[in-house]
Design a protein around this ligand. Structure first.
Ligand code: C5P
Length: 227
């Protein structure tokens, strides 16, 4: 069950309130992105990593790749104006017809077991993603006035990795690009094609480091896992 993974890492630290890319922030003694890249480097199922980065940050990524001997990172490509474009650029350089995973650089806490579940489900169903049931009560509001309380029963919070047959995710991204259809994850584009997408129940610890408190939470989960 081999796979290649595209890792979008070309964001900025806007919501983090950080200067520059949050993926270079230190987490438990190493840059955030180093943790994410090591996961795939160490996974025997992973054959190659395509990293989408901002050209002005290529040097910083090369330094990490060399220092940590991350030889599965075979391609460093230019990201785009948004996450979707970064992933699309990454998909263009993948050659082998295998399962493709797409994983946020900012999710350093996923486990090999979860990755493998996604790969297996993507092979079977064509598309699969990690997700967790929502824990909060969800309100839809307009101008701070509640419009409705949404039934939580059927709601999941989407995570990454998300896995796809290469031909399917290519078709979805190419079409979305042509028609300028935008979504915040890749599975949405496959849903938009009308193709089935399977959910793999994930772990609440697989957080995306987005705002400053997430760094503290991620560090705690990481320390907890090592001991
Ligand atoms: O901002 P957010 O954390 O939701 O971004 C998710 C992932 O997408 C991050 O790893 C970020 O680096 C990446 N990204 C990208 N290109 C962009 C914007 C975000 O690769 N233009």
């Amino acid at each position: 069950a081999e796979y290649s993974v595209v890792i979008p890492a070309a964001g900025s630290g806007t919501r983090m309130g950080a200067e520059g890319n949050k993926l270079f922030l230190q987490l438990n003694g190493e840059p955030l992105i180093t943790h994410t890249l090591k996961l795939f480097q160490e996974d025997p199922w992973c054959s190659s990593v395509v990293l989408a980065a901002k050209p002005e940050e290529f040097e910083q990524f090369y330094t990490i790749i060399e220092e940590k001997k991350l030889n599965k990172v075979q391609t460093l490509i230019a990201g785009g104006a948004d996450r979707q474009e970064s992933v699309h650029n990454g998909l263009k350089v993948i050659k082998e017809e295998t399962v493709i995973l797409i994983h946020d650089g900012a999710r350093p806490l996923v486990t090999e077991a979860l990755i493998h579940h996604v790969v297996e489900q993507a092979e079977q169903a064509g598309a699969a993603l990690l997700a967790v049931p929502l824990k909060d009560t969800i309100k839809r509001a307009y101008n701070n006035k509640v419009v409705e309380t949404v039934d939580r029963e059927q709601l999941w919070a989407a995570q990454t990795p998300q896995g796809f047959r290469l031909s399917l995710i290519r078709e979805a991204h190419d079409k979305a690009d042509r028609l300028n259809y935008k979504a915040t994850d890749d599975a949405s584009l496959v849903e938009w094609l009308g193709q089935p997408v399977r959910i793999v129940k994930s772990d609440y610890r697989n957080i995306k480091v987005t705002t400053p408190e997430d760094l503290i939470i991620a560090e705690h989960f990481m320390i907890g896992r090592e001991s």
